[in-house]
Design a protein around this ligand. Sequence first.
Ligand SMILES: Nc1ncnc2c1ncn2[C@@H]1O[C@H](COP(=O)(O)OP(=O)(O)OP(=O)(O)O)[C@@H](O)[C@H]1O
Length: 358
Amino acid sequence: MSRILLKLEHIRHTYGKQVVINDLSLTLKEGDIGCLLGPSGCGKTTVLRCIAGFEAISAGEILLNEMRVSSAASFLSPEQRHMGMVFQDYALFPHLTVVENIGFGLHRMLKAEREQRIAELLKIVGLVDVPSKYPHELSGGQQQRVALARALAPRPDLLLLDEPFSNLDVSLRERLSLEVRDILKNQGMTAILVTHDQDEAFAIADEIGVMYEGEIQQWDTAYNLYHRPANRFVANFIGQGIFVPGKIIDLQQVEIELGVLKGEISHQPVSDCDVYKKGGIVDVLLRPDDIVHDDTSPLQASVVHKAFRGADILYTLRLADGDIVLSLVPSHHNHAIGEKIGIKLEADHVVVFNRFES
Ligand SMILES: Nc1ncnc2c1ncn2[C@@H]1O[C@H](COP(=O)(O)OP(=O)(O)OP(=O)(O)O)[C@@H](O)[C@H]1O
């Protein structure tokens, strides 16, 4: 079992009277990559700044390597926390070369040792061909690699990444985020990433905390966030989906217009309330991959919209009773708007919410 490297316990942060972080807790194991994901303004960057020591907290505590680095009464300066940071705008020194930027935090090392560490990092981040270039002579992706190498150079205990890929175009963002994951894993680095882009979060992180209004709604794997969302906010924020009405048969089955969904009903915390008893009316989450296109199925739905996605088409379909569902279909099944197509239900996870629950 890896040991716990970072622990946030019930932290609170306010800007004036505005409570920006409220009773937030999380735990990160050594070698893991965590991510704070959420809409703009939910407080992600503020949490990162509290961890880094750029902001104080008014309640709770932050522990790094079991040592308290922040509480309402005590505070360790950012320099003493031994953390590295990578920012959205790279924050490179424009008048320093790649090698000088990477070596910036290594002034305490002997010259030979420093040169060896820089050479090692140039290899790790794939910049051996451009050691003498200045930031303005590099592409955005290369600049972000320099920033990553500079942050990794002093071998920090924890790396903090604040929207590191948001200035890059989409295809590069995806490639670089996978590369960065490999680099961090190879180095055994523990890291926390902040982003509002779920593809980026899914590509990099082991565990993701979905944030809303200063609180973590669910801290979990990408798989669980998608298939077992803890509340409606997470269900709506992660992936796509539509709620349709359903009637509970038992804790493994719920009946909807399309048939009976079978599987463990994952919304267990409130399963003892009356609505989850037989006959209770609930909202059922249907993901686009829960509805499968099947030409031979007697169940028909008409195409309302279609969005071509290359390998797949995302169809918006209207059922006979007027309910709308989504279906992700391989793109060689190309149907016209207005056409009726056969569909069937193929869901492994049953996610239901109380109709009046927020
Ligand atoms: N220095 C500050 N002074 C006052 N309020 C601030 C300050 N920095 C952030 N805030 C407020 O705190 C809240 C959280 O901001 P924060 O930057 O942490 O959110 P975020 O989730 O990182 O957003 P984004 O994705 O847009 O960067 C926002 O309402 C913001 O306006």
